[in-house]
Design a protein around this ligand. Structure first.
Ligand SMILES: O=C1O[C@H](COP(=O)(O)O)[C@@H](O)[C@H](O)[C@H]1O
Length: 252
């Protein structure tokens, strides 16, 4: 696992633009090296702003979207098209504006999907889809870039402080009673997050400064601040604005 590095930006808008540029470059590099790219999206304020920045930039045409697999790190278990679903925001901000191959866009199941309101079955279905894409090389494919928003409580994906999913080793888990609405969700677990080459943690605003401080404080337990457990195999970046960076996080 890689040690985290902090990359502060002047403000949230510059952060979104810079992360969008980083994302399109990472996709282009992956396609050059391996012929295709695999990315994992997040919801949340900054996560969606990054996708919107890319979706409205001419740079989005620099990659072949037909050769990009798109996954999600977590999802709110709501009906398809619900504005609170991370998928809905990602489609509006980016995926509807590029030539993505529908067969390579892999949203987590919705509560009106094939399993109805059965969140356990829905999580199992996503795990099976990931395993199939992994082609026998592991429970999940080798993600190139996995983005995660960071909550004010230091949660990432739908892994919340003190919740049992933090120690779960299944690749995908159902979440009930999440402290942030909606209570029912689906999330990748640490082993899946850590299988990514690069993990990018996105945070903007003063409200995230405590979470970022905890993330770089030696000895912080993942049970207290789940963000500390999200690490990339090759690189872990905290993409921050100045307000979230607080008095300046250091490499841990
Ligand atoms: O509920 C969620 O929250 C986080 C962070 O959201 P933010 O608006 O505080 O940035 C998000 O990353 C996650 O995907 C989402 O389901």
């Amino acid at each position: 696992m890689s040690a985290p590095l902090a990359v502060p930006h002047r403000d949230a808008d510059v952060l979104a633009q810079a992360a969008a540029a980083r994302l399109v470059t990472a996709i282009a590099d992956a396609q050059t090296e391996r012929g295709e790219a695999s990315i994992v999206l997040t919801g949340g304020g900054v996560g969606t702003a990054v996708l919107a920045a890319l979706g409205s930039s001419p740079a989005r045409h620099a990659v072949d979207w037909r050769r990009v697999d798109v996954w999600w790190g977590d999802e709110r278990f709501l009906p398809s098209g619900d504005p609170e679903r991370n998928e809905t925001g990602a489609r509006e901000a980016l995926l509807d504006r590029v030539d993505a191959d529908p067969a390579r866009v892999h949203p987590m199941p919705a509560s009106d999907g094939p399993d109805g309101g059965d969140v356990d079955a829905a999580a199992a279905r996503y795990a099976a889809e990931l395993a199939a894409a992994g082609g026998g090389n592991g429970p999940v494919p080798a993600f190139d870039v996995l983005m995660l928003g960071v909550g004010p409580d230091a949660h990432v994906a739908s892994l919340f402080p003190g919740m049992p999913q933090l120690t779960d080793t299944d690749p995908v888990v159902p979440v009930r009673d999440a402290p942030k609405p909606p209570p029912t969700r689906i999330s990748l677990t640490y082993p899946s997050l850590r299988s990514a080459r690069e993990v990018w943690l996105l945070a903007a605003g003063e409200g995230k400064a405590d979470a970022v401080r905890l993330a770089f404080a030696p000895g912080t337990a993942p049970e207290k601040a789940p963000v500390v457990g999200a690490r990339g195999r090759e690189r872990t970046l905290f993409l921050l604005d100045r307000a979230a960076a607080g008095d300046g996080p250091r490499a841990r």
